[in-house]
Design a protein around this ligand. Structure first.
Ligand code: GKR
Ligand code: MG
Length: 424
């Protein structure tokens, strides 16, 4: 492949989009009718375009737009300049990520979440200039296929006032087994994750046990997003110790997770109490978690996520990958990162099967036998469908949502809903 000049950044566009989402339930409420995402396009004076994808809560979009205005003139290989420009642009206004995460996470600084889509876009540009895939820029792919897990949700049959979706209701263990069967038969997944924290823990345990009986050879996980007490978590860990590959965020906070960890040999995983580099030291000191779920959207991009992988290796912690609802630009970035991270040995999470709309041209990313083949073309290996982007942007303008508000949306339907703190 030929090498060409990447050039300097000439123009950056930030496009918020909305795509339809089923009513998936979680500890803080229910998914709204649309997921909001932002697609970032970084253009260079040599005619290349690099892509990134991130959250689209209003405050986050404003920060992205401010950085987009400050980037022209920057060198696409200068990642340190990107971080500096983001820090200078945000100035003192870095508190809170401006991306609400449905009310589940409090992120102390916005720098990493704002850097991330631009960093991915710069890596896409670097790859396009060099004629090499992004995985090569991250050290090279150690696997050519990246396994993902079937991500099951309790759910309503449809959003109130809308038609039922094709997945139907997901409430009973039998319905969740049927949901898993469809995902496994359509995508070939070999690992299954259940989003919990919705019903009484006993009901969720019975669902896991029904899944284990139906899929004896699949790796299983449950994630109640910190809904349980330490005592409940210990009981669950005890009952599911031979059934799960890991137990994700049973209880909130590093001290709580450390207490649970003392009472079980089941590995505990998190994407909630270790969400920034500053959390690693206390988590390691307390031996609170055995598996960290990385997420390049949150940890400042692909290179910093690779750094997180190295730190996990150093301290003997496992590494998996977290997902929020996302489109194909993110799936491409996740796949390159996972391909180039040797110790990322668990199947990554993805919400991809829940989505019916897309902004990238079809064909680049396919699931076979539960895995996505790592693109080998230059950069991320995906191309925007400009018509689809315009359509999903129109949908964003029309839909009226301007943030992820699982609890507020739930309360429009169940007025006395309070985020679940299930006890057992
Ligand atoms: O999509 O409702 C959801 C999930 O609960 C998501 O918000 C979480 O961030 O998937 C996530 C997790 O593993 O905690
Ligand atoms: Mg989780």
């Amino acid at each position: 492949m030929s090498v060409r000049e990447a050039g300097r950044i000439s123009r950056v566009t930030v496009t918020p989009v909305a795509f339809r989402d089923p009513p998936l339930l979680n500890v803080v409420g229910v998914h709204q009718p649309y997921v909001l995402r932002t697609i970032v396009q970084v253009h260079t004076d040599e005619g290349l375009v690099g892509l990134g994808e991130t959250y689209a809560d209003q405050g986050h979009v404003r920060r992205l737009e401010a950085v987009a205005a400050a980037l022209p003139g920057a060198d696409v290989f200068d990642q340190h300049a990107l971080r500096r420009i983001v820090s200078e642009t945000l100035g003192a206004a870095t508190g809170g990520a401006g991306a609400s995460f449905g009310g589940m996470l409090e992120v102390s600084s916005a720098v990493d979440t704002v850097v991330s889509p631009f960093e991915v876009a710069l890596l896409d540009l670097q790859g396009k200039a060099l004629g090499r895939p992004v995985s090569d820029l991250l050290g090279g792919a150690v696997r050519d296929r990246v396994p993902y897990s079937a991500y099951l949700f309790y759910k309503w049959a449809g959003h109130p006032g809308h038609d039922e979706d094709t997945w139907g209701e997901g409430r009973t263990p039998e319905q969740l087994v049927a949901q898993a069967r469809r995902m496994v038969s359509e995508y070939g997944f070999t690992a299954i994750k259940l989003k919990g924290g919705v019903y009484e823990p006993r009901h969720e345990l019975e669902t896991v046990e029904a899944l284990a009986a139906a899929f004896p050879d699949h790796a299983l996980r449950i994630d109640p997003n910190g809904a349980w007490t330490v005592e409940t978590s210990i009981k669950v860990a005890d009952r599911l110790s031979g059934v799960l590959e890991y137990l994700e965020d049973p209880t909130p906070g590093i001290p709580g997770m450390a207490e649970v960890a003392k009472h079980t040999s089941l590995p505990l995983a998190t994407n909630m109490c270790v969400i920034a580099f500053e959390h690693l030291k206390p988590a390691v000191a307390a031996d609170a978690v055995q598996v960290v779920l990385s997420d390049h959207h949150l940890w400042g991009g692909l290179r910093r996520s690779a750094l997180l992988g190295g730190i996990c290796e150093t301290f003997g912690m496992g590494l998996s990958m977290h997902s929020n609802s996302h489109l194909g630009v993110s799936l491409a970035a996740m796949t390159h990162l996972a391909a180039a991270t040797p110790n990322l040995t668990y199947a990554c999470d993805t919400h991809y099967p829940w989505k019916t709309e897309e902004v990238i041209k079809p064909g680049a990313l396919q699931f076979t036998d539960g895995a996505v083949t790592v693109p080998t073309g230059p950069g991320l290996g995906v191309e925007l469908d400009e018509d689809a982007l315009a359509m999903l942007h129109e949908q964003y303008v029309r839909c009226g949502q301007r943030g992820r508000e699982d609890t507020a949306y739930m309360r429009t339907i169940v007025p006395d809903f309070t985020p679940n703190t299930a006890r057992w």
